[in-house]
Design a protein around this ligand. Structure first.
Ligand code: GDP
Length: 133
C-alpha cells in the first residue's frame, strides 16, 4: 500500500482541530499506520525542511513548526501522496479550493494547518526522518 507523511501543524493543534482533521483523514479512506504528538525542536524542524534552507521563509517556517505540538502520521491508501495533497489543497489557503482542509482551516501561506509529502520518494525520506527505529 502507498504511504505518505502527514503533519497537523502547530496552528491547527492550537485551534483544537486535531480531531476534525483526523476525522477527515479517516473519511478519505486512509489507514493511520503510525501517529505521534511531539513538540519539535527548532533543529528538528530545520532538518525536516532542509530542502527549503535557501528560501527566505526557512527561519520563519522552522520557528513556527517548533512553536507548539504537532501530530505526525503515516497514512496508507492507494495513491496516498496524491489523495492527501488533494484533501489538503493548495499551499496558500487563499488559493485552496472550497472543501479542502487548508481552505477551511489554514490561516496563511505559512500557517496552513497541515503538511503532506509531495512525492513517493519524499514520503519515504520523511517517514524515515520521524519514524526510523
Ligand atoms: P507544501 O508542499 O504545500 O507544504 O509547500 P512547500 O513545500 O512549497 O512549502 C513547505 C511549507 O513552507 C508550506 O506548507 C508552508 O508552511 C511554508 N511556506 C511555503 N511557501 C511559503 C512562503 O512563501 N512564505 C512562508 N512564510 N512560508 C511558506
Amino acid at each position: 500500500m502507498d504511504k505518505t507523511l502527514a503533519i497537523i501543524k502547530p496552528d491547527a493543534t492550537k485551534k483544537r482541530i486535531i480531531g476534525k482533521i483526523i476525522e477527515r483523514i479517516e473519511a478519505e479512506g486512509f489507514t493511520i499506520a503510525r501517529m505521534k504528538l511531539v513538540h519539535l525542536t527548532k533543529d528538528e524542524a530545520k532538518g525536516f525542511y532542509i530542502v527549503h534552507k535557501e528560501k527566505g521563509f526557512y527561519d520563519s517556517l522552522t520557528e513556527f513548526m517548533s512553536s507548539g505540538p504537532v501530530v505526525i502520521m503515516v497514512l496508507e491508501a492507494e495513491n496516498a501522496v496524491r489523495l492527501w495533497r488533494d484533501a489538503m489543497g493548495a499551499t496558500d489557503p487563499a488559493l485552496a479550493k472550497p472543501g479542502t482542509i487548508r481552505h477551511a482551516h489554514g490561516f496563511s501561506i505559512e500557517r496552513n494547518a497541515t503538511h503532506g509529502s509531495d512525492a513517493r520518494e519524499t514520503a519515504e525520506w520523511e517517514i524515515d526522518y520521524f519514524f526510523k527505529k
